[in-house]
Design a protein around this ligand. Structure first.
Ligand code: ZN
Length: 350
């Protein structure tokens, strides 16, 4: 699906409580538009160097430009916020390369990455309406076509501002500090989530043919949301509440609209289960097979191979690479989920 034709993602516009936010639910959607070589030029066709920055600054003549290679960021936010965002992306990139060194395929020089960081929700919506209209209610997205991250500072979101207004008068100062802290934390998640999608795309970690199942792409992006890749995550652990999607359904989900093809009530759970599934498969006993599974999708580089890959259910491919059978895997998965949920403070992974 191309950014210019995101019809299947129109459902992303549904109110989605993926991110809990203080006194109100934040209807933020962290979105990722899959690459599609049929309609989306690969980053290799992007302008480089000064020409790339010219394109970016021409699009946002009133924004300031900040740079830490390979990132060029334009924003209306204060300089300190811009520098923090670049520092978050830089740290993520270094950690990602270390953490997933065995899976990175592209060693070619990195292309410039554009980052557009909005301080005001109205401006963000206006831009997304033009760039990816189906995602107008999102909080952040990655446009593979332009190798561009588009992010909304949650301190400028309507939900945050509303929550501030509705804070109880008697404890307004404390609520204000807490809400601001939550908004910053959610913004950091957004940056790392979308930054991970960009890295997976740019490093050849994922095929340009969008053959990988949804849980793999979204699970990995969430796995990298925490300050340290793969750290325990209280927010997502809390979302592992029944009814959970059956493992086979989760494993085999692979649609252009991602999890937004599911009923709205299942979307947040599907995201949380995908995150847990990555933790499950990153355990030492599964990791080699899991990495072989990732490579089997990563190495799909031609249309014919993509067509063949789409004919085989991901659950079958996973079981084959793990050298197990589905019943055994399902049993161990249930045990893992139970252990995650009963861990001390319910936020520590076994
Ligand atoms: Zn995503």
């Amino acid at each position: 699906m191309a950014a210019t034709n995101p019809t299947p993602r129109t459902r992303a516009a549904a109110e989605l409580g993926v991110l809990a936010f203080g006194l109100t639910a934040l209807a933020g959607v962290i979105a990722h538009l899959p690459a599609d070589t049929a309609t989306a030029p690969l980053p290799a066709k992007l302008a480089t160097g000064a020409a790339a920055n010219h394109d970016l600054t021409a699009d946002f003549p009133n924004f300031n430009l900040y740079q830490t290679a390979p990132y060029s960021l334009v924003t209306d936010a204060p300089a300190v916020v811009a520098q923090e965002t670049l520092a978050t992306l830089t740290a993520l990139r270094q950690e990602f390369h270390r953490h997933f060194a065995d899976l990175i395929r592209t060693q070619a020089p990195e292309l410039p990455v554009h980052v557009v960081f909005f301080s005001h929700e109205a401006d963000y919506r206006a831009y997304v309406l033009r760039a990816a209209p189906g995602l107008v209610n999102s909080a952040g997205l990655f446009l593979p076509r332009d190798n561009r991250l588009v992010l909304l500072d949650q301190l400028g979101s309507h939900n945050y501002l509303r929550a501030q207004q509705h804070a109880p008068v008697t404890a307004r100062a404390q609520a204000s500090v807490r809400l601001a802290g939550e908004a910053r934390a959610i913004t950091a998640r957004l940056i790392r989530h979308e930054g991970t999608h960009q890295l997976m795309h740019a490093t050849g970690f994922e095929s340009a043919f969008a053959v990988a199942p949804t849980w793999l792409t979204e699970g990995l992006a969430q796995y990298c949301e925490t300050e340290t890749i793969g750290a325990p995550d209280k927010l997502l652990t809390a979302r592992l509440a029944p009814p959970l999607l059956p493992l086979r359904q989760l494993l085999n989900h692979r649609q252009p609209a991602g999890f937004f093809a599911l009923p709205e009530t299942q979307v947040a759970t599907a995201y949380a289960q995908s995150w847990a599934l990555i933790h499950f498969l990153m355990q030492p006993e599964y990791r080699p097979g899991f990495f072989a599974f990732i490579r089997s999708y990563r190495d799909v580089t031609a249309a014919g191979a993509a067509q063949r890959a789409r004919l085989v259910e991901p659950a079958a491919v996973l079981v084959q690479h793990l050298h197990t059978d589905f019943a055994t895997l399902e049993n161990q998965w249930h045990n893992f989920i139970a252990a995650v949920k009963s861990a001390p403070c319910a936020d520590d992974l076994p």
